[in-house]
Design a protein around this ligand. Sequence first.
Ligand code: IPD
Length: 284
Amino acid sequence: MEEFDAYARAADEIALSVGKFIQDFWNKPKDFQTKSEVTSVDLFTEADVEVEKRIINHFKQLYPTHRFLGEESSHSEGNEKNLTDDPTWIIDPVDGTTNFVHGIPQIAICIALAIKRKAVVSVVYNPITNEKFSAIRGKGAFLNGKKLSVSNTPSLGKAVVSTNIGYSRNQFGSAFMLNNINKLLNLKVRAIRMTGSAGLSICEVAAGRFDSFYEWGVHAWDVAASGLIVMEAGGVCVSFDENGALHTEFELQARNILCGNKTLVAEMADVLKGSKWTAKEWEK
Ligand code: IPD
């Protein structure tokens, strides 16, 4: 669809522009605040807030009827927290904020447009390494213009699986994460990696560098853009309900994701299914 191409160009343009802004910030000391009142995790900086503002203003001028779901603005009263069927730009201004604060170059601007709750165009741009992943529904996924495909790794024993610890620091969250890692180790997975940016890790799956990624606790802004990229690279993306049963379709607001090639996702889904989880337990 031609309008999808125009949306993709608009997303690309603003990602590159705010990327310059982040590059200017990169070598400076960064003041940060924490979103949690009890732990020193889940950070945000002046750059997160400013970048999100610039992205929203850009799209508001181009598409005044579109809605927004942004990581930083969703916390303010009166702003969107839930997806509707309307065209909605889903934005993580700096995915990997902890990496950003600590000078670890695994960060990305993640932008997706969802229509009827499904991403149709997206861009994930790391302004430090200059890697730009992008996709348009039905038109494939690309890294700096080069077409991507997921790996064809046939089994966990040959797979590099990626996940992240996320922000839960209670006993429920720790037991949940350690239990799943333990299961993978017992199955003799080749390697486990954690990058601290869900968005980039999922794009690494699209590029065939990682074979699979899963994480619980993620929000739509962490996974919407990269989820489309991995599916357009021939991968499969699934999500689970609170009883650990598979949803029939990948849901952007499920608060979890598993992706990879079809064979590995089936094997991983067996490992992860039955992972009972509620956002309330996870976050309290
Ligand atoms: C976070 C990162 C991190 C993941 C968290 C996300 P943020 O995004 O993607 O790797 O573990 O679940 O919330 O907060 O840096 O934008």
